[in-house]
Design a protein around this ligand. Structure first.
Ligand code: NAD
Length: 331
């Protein structure tokens, strides 16, 4: 966004950590469209193929207002160098180890990247005078809460995976930096995000790939567990509104407030791909939650958030993207 002060006009700079990933690369593109300068920090972590991330940023990186700085958020020297050279007006912190199940096998790495890494970014913001901060949190903090939809006031003291615990810890650190230094912070709890570039290990992407290739897909549990699937454009609308309105300290859900069961999801993908899924059913996995569903009234009130993509419309775009591009980017 261009800001005018007296005679001068300057573009605000958004720093996006994890900006080469699924959500971050979409956010970078939208931010450029809106007139911001964009700085991305990403270490091209091998959690999934780094070439997919290079592809994600191929469009944005053509823009002269876009700068990629490759490095690790846990490298304090690098981070302080970056903040010193490119002091951002606002930071959107998305870099993380994502995914529930792998966090059970690698809890220490998840803690290191998601908690220590967040502390390093917050401290750099404080030291370099960044006053506005957006944190990519997750619906997983609600654990196996029985009351749906999930509201920001609900108790989230019972995370059921290391990943969820690290996201809750990140929110706590954010509150502390708001309290100590008056930083304006929004912690946005994303509910299962999907759309073009979705991480290849996430259910919608994985199921699409398996059905398309006539490979057997694994369904954990009886198929009744459900998710509030949120289309990427809606998430980006929410993050942009947050960038433009952040003040105080707020936790805000970003979801669609509708649920789709695993069985329904597989049926929808079968219809879109014109193929039958071969499904192997295994027991429910520890760490998985039964349902997620966002109460989005607070997002509507504070951000004017109003999701526009029902799951059917979003899946149609996703499958078209998969056929066109996605299937070539993941082998
Ligand atoms: P992603 O894995 O595609 O993106 C994360 C990016 O962070 C990757 O490009 C990765 O290379 C980078 N990264 C990882 N470790 C890093 C490090 N140590 N230093 C620098 N960069 C590092 O994931 P995503 O789906 O785009 O998720 C983005 C954020 O949103 C994450 O914080 C995730 O926990 C959160 N989130 C995502 C979802 C979802 O459904 N996708 C839901 C809830 C929360």
């Amino acid at each position: 966004m261009t800001v005018r002060t007296g005679e001068e006009a300057f573009m605000e700079n958004i720093l996006i950590t994890g900006g080469a990933g699924f959500i971050g690369s979409h956010l970078a593109e939208r931010s450029l469209e809106k007139g911001y300068e964009v700085t991305v920090i990403d270490n091209f972590d091998p959690f999934y193929d780094p070439n997919v991330k290079r592809q994600n940023i191929s469009k944005a990186s053509m823009d002269p207002r876009y700068q990629l700085l490759e490095g690790d958020i846990r490298d304090e020297e690098f981070i302080h160098f970056v903040f010193g050279r490119h002091t951002p007006d606002i930071v959107v912190h998305l870099a993380a180890r994502a995914g529930v199940r792998p966090s059970i096998d690698h809890p220490v790495i998840y803690n290191d990247v998601n908690v220590r890494g967040t502390a390093i970014i917050l401290e750099a913001c404080h030291k370099h005078g960044v006053k506005r901060f957006i944190f990519g949190s997750s619906s997983s903090v609600y654990g196996n809460a029985e009351k749906v939809p999930f509201s920001e006031d609900d108790n989230v003291d019972y995370p059921v995976s290391p990943y969820a615990a690290t996201k809750k810890a990140g929110e706590l650190l954010c509150y502390t930096y708001h309290h100590l230094y008056g930083m304006a912070i929004h912690c946005l709890r994303f509910f299962t995000v999907f759309g073009p570039r979705q991480r290849p290990e996430m259910a919608i992407h994985k199921f699409t790939r398996m059905i398309d290739r006539d490979e057997e897909l694994t369904q954990y549990g009886n198929g009744k567990s459900s998710r509030d699937y949120t289309y990427i454009e809606d998430i980006i609308d929410g993050v942009m509104a947050s960038i433009e309105n952040v003040s105080g300290y707020e936790i805000i859900n970003l979801g669609e407030s509708k649920t789709t069961s695993i069985t329904e999801l597989i049926k929808k993908l079968e219809a879109l791909l014109g193929k039958k899924a071969r499904v192997r059913v295994l027991p429910h996995q520890p760490g998985d939650v039964h349902t997620t569903c966002a109460d989005i009234r607070k997002a509507a009130r504070i951000l004017g958030y109003a999701p526009k993509f029902p799951v059917d419309a979003g899946l149609k775009v996703f499958v078209e993207w998969y056929k066109d591009t996605g299937q070539r980017t993941f082998r």
